[in-house]
Design a protein around this ligand. Sequence first.
Ligand code: FA5
Length: 346
Amino acid sequence: MDPQEIIAQLRALTDGFERQLSGLESEQSIREHQAAFLSKKGSLAQLQALLGKLPQESRKEVGAAFNEAKQRIASQAHDALTALAKQAEAAYLQQYTDLSLPGRRPTIGHMHPLSIVLYDIVDVFVSMGFDVALGPEIETDLYNFEKLNFPADHPARDMQDTLFIEEGKTLLRTHTSPVQVRTMLQRPLPIQVVAPGAVYRRDDDPTHSPMFFQVEGLLVDKGVHFGHLKGVLDAFLHQVFGADVTTRFRPSFFPFTEPSAEADIQCIVCRGKGCRLCSQTGWIEILGCGMVDPNVLAGVGIDPEVYTGFAFGLGVDRIAMLRYEGITSIKLFYENDPRFLGCFAR
Ligand code: FA5
């Protein structure tokens, strides 16, 4: 047989395959059509049987023509099957997709309510000229207690109240006041800082958490007196709780301030009449404060005859519970339930 005749027949076969393929509409019929041409007993194989009868010199050319024909048929069948699958998918989407439905919004993260309140508090003090200072959460007994004038037998030094890492040496800071000491040792005078951060105590009930947040304040300069302390804290309390809130300062005691006080606001729920929130007292304690004790100043090398200062410390969680009324347990802030935290997105 003439090799050119075989090549012409091959071409006629592949053209025929292509023509018939365009009329097929199911996966099965396409696969059967492909098999009719390419399987062991298919049209191509029958023609290929003639290859052995050809003279040696023309086998290469005809063999290459067979390979090309097989590839063409396989790729056309593949393209037809792909097109069919796409058609089926489009029909499915058209049937089951309702483009008029509202889209699903992606969940976007937001600040934790305690962070919101903490940033707001710090912002008020920054607007009054305070700088931000930070200190470590793992503290030494020296800065947490000793340099703050705590007597050796003070109850806060007890294992019952403090989470020690190495008793008498390192601990999880129980308040942000050690940042006062660190700042006075590190920064030049005058000093005017607020120190926000986490603190730790052996405390656990609906209004007390083992870890909570405080913001410390410290101002040291020549001529600082209690009137400055009252003015700054009064302005702060009015900024946070509203211009019409009534404030009061009550004598108190802290080892590192003298005189010491606690600042209260009149109860925001009962307006002083007495209710459950204020334990029937009409007042809510917000922070501790006082004039830096001369012993503390002298302990960090500041002459208390020349410089005086005031300090204060407030609980962020307490303020957050007051600001977002209806939070009955401090634990809600730490459980990280997205349904609770989602209420504070802004
Ligand atoms: C102190 O920690 C002093 N360092 C504050 C201070 C600083 C006084 C500078 C004078 C000068 P106190 O132990 O009262 O003070 O704690 C301050 C605030 O922390 C409290 O008013 C309360 O709001 C909050 N607080 C105390 N314990 C807890 C707790 N376990 N969970 C949540 N908040 C707490």
